[in-house]
Design a protein around this ligand. Sequence first.
Ligand code: FAD
Ligand code: PYC
Length: 417
Amino acid sequence: MRKYSVFAIAREAMRAHKGWDAQWSSPEPRAEYDVIIVGAGGHGLATAYYLAKNHGITNIAVLEKGWLGGGNTGRNTTIIRSNYLYDESAGIYDHAVKLWDGLSQDLNYNVMYSARGVMMLAHNVHDVQSLKRHVHANRLNGIDNEWMTPEQAKAYCPPLNISPDARYPVVGATLQRRGGTARHDAVAWGYARAASDRGVHIIQNCEVKGIRRSANGHVTGVETSRGFIGAKKVGVVAAGHSSVIMQMADVRMPLESYPLQALVSEPVKPCFPCVVMSNTVHAYISQSDKGELVIGAGTDQYISYSQTGGLHILTHTLDAICEMFPVFSRMKMLRSWGGIVDVTPDRSPILAKTPVPGLYVNCGWGTGGFKATPGSGHVFAHTIANDNPHPINAGFTLERFRSGRLIDEAAAAAVAH
Ligand code: FAD
Ligand code: PYC
């Protein structure tokens, strides 16, 4: 029997999709584009889509060193929520949640957004104080989030163990009902097809290796594995590798890259109704529409560009899952994988102009950028088109790491890193 990796299966499915060869096989690059986007993940493809749809800019190439959606977009655990602490974060993450609702219709592609509720568990006094603070901050920003007793949490999620004898007993929880999941690869494919329909070139197997600038410092294009390609503007959206690419234009980024792993169980019938996250025991879980339990942990503790990670992270995570949900202790694991996430010192993204004219960057989403995909693409397109940030991303500057005006979301990131 032929063996497929999950990504090979995805590629085959893409090819089988009607019109794949005609629509998405890599076109020959033009000599000059109005905009080049580096990275065909969800954020890069969404940026191209909104540039075309909202700003009438269609002479765009999205350059991808591998295949579209093969980076973190196709590796993440698809949790969507907007229960962050600060106003800037509430602005961008809730902008995204509003766009998720209606995205399938907008793209005419089923991204399987499912608002099934995201629950975050408290196991000690510190968790209670921190999570309640988030509930209050969210409400002030008009974002739904509510506090639950352990009994209410169990009523919402019956497999949850709320025994006081657990090693880390559940002492309360928050619930954002509009939070949930979507199908990650469908998001990349949906944005790709909709952008391609508007004339955007998606050029796969095309690695950016240099950024060329004129004598006055303005960007003029990129050196790639397929030769030089000219552009008036370049947007870098290459999670995990942003600092390497920005270095090509002599811009030093406040980023570190870490492996982040996840795994799925064998598929079973629907048994898990929502998303549950626990930052204290370092584990989170949901069930995909295929029936697999989707499980993840914190980042590895060392920086690396390797798309694997330490086995001990997974075993620790499974210990935690089995304690919180003893009913899953006899299930079998199907596969595990890793991605590379780029993390800023304040765990908030950078979506901004750079000191280089014509060069823009969208990075630093760390462990939590999938949920932001539509909102991020929407405001980054605005930033590139107008050479000025949208009010929603105005705070997510590079400059804040000099001024100290940080947006510290370490607690809301909810995945240890
Ligand atoms: P990517 O999808 O990584 O796209 C960047 C692309 O750039 C890649 O395809 C890459 O090949 C390409 N590239 C890199 N270098 C070059 C180059 N030199 N030239 C051309 N192309 C290049 N977020 C959530 O909100 N919820 C979650 O539940 C969640 N779970 C996660 C679980 C795991 C295991 C991982 C790894 C991440 C998770 N995340 C989650 C984070 C989320 O996946 C990312 O923040 C998000 O997908 C980033 O999207 P992107 O489009 O910016 O990056
Ligand atoms: O940001 O919600 C999140 C998340 C969950 C798992 C990884 N990131």
